[in-house]
Design a protein around this ligand. Structure first.
Ligand SMILES: *Cc1c(COP(=O)(O)O)cnc(C)c1O
Length: 445
């Protein structure tokens, strides 16, 4: 399997695409063809690992990692992904809980998979691979946790100071010396722009072997298809019906993964993207120009994206607006609606939802009654409420218990440095101390 750039200027193997992150021409890697499956192809495969193994195999053909898919998936899925039923009179609703990993958000799946792959590909090289990651809160923590103390790989995390929760900030800054945490004086978009600029800069390219672990890396996207595959198959086997999915989405990585799973033949019904007040995709699907805007701060902060980077992939794979609008709907949820939904779900289901997950349940309520009943729906729970306790606890009037993995992370000491959002400032910070000594120490552990 080959991977091509959305801009047409590069063709790469999976291994190259994983290590590079972004294509030489600035485009995003996409598989040159999607494998096609039938539900019957998965006969005998029950667990998410078994199903993921079948889905991932074609993408690994020709990769040095082709013989290691199983251990890679064992590392990726080291935590449970339950699909639970929510008792509702309004229609069949399930919740796909993707937040039982080390940083309590769905990004642990993509980050864990990417780290498992790159650790095997890069561990023995002389010059370390430096992974630059911009985060609105959750990506950076998941990537840092996944690459923590991995030999031959360094991580530099850029996050917008003051725009992430206290617990997220801790998760961005409590790892071994191979992980560097930079608090940027700006918004997420500034962090993302800095990463893109550094990747395209010759000075940076001379000093570092750079890669990206943002959702632009194909190694994040591919494994995310697998939980849609597993959940849709599980539901389909049990009921004979294809479930629709409602996906909270910002950079469109998680949403795109769901559409890809359906295109590969998995029994996925309708797909709805739930966004927060950053409603560019919703407006575009309704006919507005594609005009990236500065992101707005919302309660669902990990989805505060004004210029979703996976849009380029979405259009490359699926075509123009009319084609895409026939495949997916989108719904924008205000902060007021998020808060209202967190309260309501707590009363109705006895659940503490994180603000991102609340956008999906709100979107489900806004489907018209007929649609809610015409198909079973699965809302995707992207983070644990305990990660956003300052939002959630006052709304539900009780405290949210910390999951064990998160408690361990929060007990580690944290440290970070502040950064002005300019390329020279980033260069100074990165050429300072990174590389050798810090990584050597981490290697000894
Ligand atoms: C990152 C994130 C999202 C959005 O995912 P995309 O892949 O950017 O669409 C939603 N919810 C949570 C909790 C996240 O961390």
């Amino acid at each position: 399997m080959k991977f091509t750039s959305t801009r047409g200027g590069q063709t790469a193997t999976l291994d190259e695409a994983l290590a590079q992150g972004i294509a030489n021409d600035g485009g995003l890697f996409v598989p040159e063809a999607l494998p096609r499956f039938e539900p019957a192809d998965f006969a005998g495969a029950e667990t998410i690992r078994e199903i993921a193994g079948l889905i991932m195999r074609p993408f690994f053909s020709g990769s040095r990692l082709a013989g290691e898919i199983e251990p890679i998936l064992a590392e990726t899925f080291g935590f449970p992904i339950p699909l639970r039923r929510l008792p509702s009179a309004a229609g069949n609703l399930g919740l796909l809980e993707l937040f039982h990993g080390p940083t309590a958000a769905f990004k642990d799946v993509g980050a864990g998979f990417l780290a498992a792959c790159l650790g095997r590909l890069e561990g023995r090289r002389e010059k370390p691979l430096t992974i630059l990651v911009a985060t609105s809160g959750d990506t950076g923590g998941a990537v840092a946790a996944a690459f923590d103390a991995r030999p031959g790989i360094e991580v530099v995390v850029l996050w917008p100071e003051g725009r992430v929760s206290a617990r997220q900030a801790h998760q961005l800054a409590c790892w071994s010396d191979n992980v560097r945490s930079l608090a940027v004086q700006g918004a997420f978009d500034d962090c993302q722009a800095l990463v893109k600029a550094a990747m395209a800069d010759h000075g940076f390219q001379n000093l570092f072997r750079l890669s990206s672990a943002n959702s632009i890396n194909i190694g994040r996207l591919l494994p995310q298809c697998t939980y849609y595959a597993w959940a849709s198959l599980a539901h389909f086997r049990e009921t004979g019906r294809k479930p629709g999915f409602i996906v909270p989405t910002g950079n469109l990585g998680n949403g795109l993964a769901c559409l890809l799973a359906r295109s590969m033949g998995l029994p996925v019904g309708d797909v709805v993207f739930a966004t927060n007040a950053n409603r560019l995709v919703v407006d575009w699907l309704e006919g507005a120009e594609w005009a990236p805007r500065p992101s707005r701060a919302t309660l669902a902060s990990a989805m505060d994206v004004g210029n979703p980077s996976n849009m380029e992939r979405l259009m490359h794979i699926f075509g123009d607006r009319d084609t895409i609008a026939a495949k997916v709907r989108a719904w924008s949820v205000s902060d007021e609606q998020i808060a209202g939904e967190i309260r309501r779900s707590h009363e109705e289901f006895g659940l503490a939802l994180c603000p991102h997950t609340a956008t999906a349940i709100d979107a489900w309520r806004h489907l018209d009654g007929g649609e809610r009943r015409a198909q079973d729906w699965i809302a995707v729970a992207t983070a644990h409420a305990a990660k956003f306790e300052q939002v959630v606890e006052p709304l539900i009037g009780e405290s949210v218990e910390l999951p064990e993995a998160l408690r361990e992370t929060l007990a580690r000491p944290a440290r970070f440095e502040r950064l002005r959002p300019t390329l020279p400032a980033l260069m100074t910070a990165m050429s300072g101390r990174l590389s050798l000594d810090g990584a050597a120490e981490a290697r000894d552990k």
